[in-house]
Design a binder for this molecule. Structure first.
Ligand code: GSH
Length: 222
């Protein structure tokens, strides 16, 4: 994944939404599609893509409010993974992946299982602003877990979320790995990419782990 320089700030509010290059991924057989990742997809897309851009979507905030009983948790101890919450003042950083030709069908088929069937996510069209060209927004597909899905856990104090994350693991690994790799990605985005909710959970985890562990050793534990 190319890491753009952290030069850009958030776009001026006047920017118009992206021209809908592809009004809907369900219409016909799209030849090009952008997929926006903001959770595990930023560090583990696991599908073939032709290009990727670091950037953000406006009008949404990322929250660890989706339960996960497969990838990072179990039926008895559901893990916590992220979803997008509609928030007029929100801005969520992530990665958009461009899939072309055969990659489109393969990516959608794979993500339908990973995100929708196993994760409870629905698809939603969003406007993505590349960090290096926020004046040239793109229409992208995002996977969002709404409050109507059975795995939705909703809001909780960050300390409670941190406790759950420290106690859960699933078929894709420990929930702590999920949190720390997302936090690592946000560090790469630069100082203008803030996520107070994520930072509060990482801080809470830090107070619960022996400080000598909240480094590579923490990842070795998971
Ligand atoms: N849709 C979000 C969240 C995706 C996400 O974290 N989904 C979970 C499904 S519950 C997942 O794929 N987990 C794989 C893993 O944790 O390695 C994204 O775009 O990154």
């Amino acid at each position: 994944m190319k890491q753009e320089s952290a030069a850009q700030s958030t776009p001026p509010p006047s920017l118009s939404p992206a021209p809908s290059a592809q009004t809907s991924w369900e219409d016909g057989d799209p030849q090009t599609l952008w997929i926006f990742g903001y959770g595990s997809l930023v560090w583990k897309p696991d599908f073939d893509y032709s290009d990727s851009r670091v950037g953000f979507v406006r009008g949404y905030s990322r929250r660890f409010w989706q339960g996960d009983t497969f990838h990072r948790g179990s039926d008895k101890m559901p893990g916590r993974v992220v979803t997008l919450l509609e928030d007029r003042e929100g801005c969520t950083w992530g990665v958009a992946y461009e899939v072309r030709g055969e990659q489109v069908k393969e990516a959608l088929k794979y993500l339908n299982v990973r995100e929708a069937v196993l994760g409870g996510y629905d698809t939603k069209e969003v406007t993505f602003y590349p960090q290096d060209a926020p004046d040239q927004p793109l229409t992208a597909l995002a996977y969002v877990a709404t409050p109507q899905n059975p795995g939705y856990l909703g809001p909780a104090p960050e300390e409670v979320i941190a406790t759950q994350i420290l106690s859960c693991r699933g078929f894709s690994g420990h929930n702590l790995e999920y949190l720390l790799r997302l936090a690592d990605f946000m560090q790469l985005c630069g100082p203008q990419a803030q996520d107070e909710h994520l930072e509060a959970i990482v801080d809470a985890v830090g107070t619960m782990l022996p400080c000598s562990y909240l480094t590579e050793q923490a990842l070795a534990l998971v």
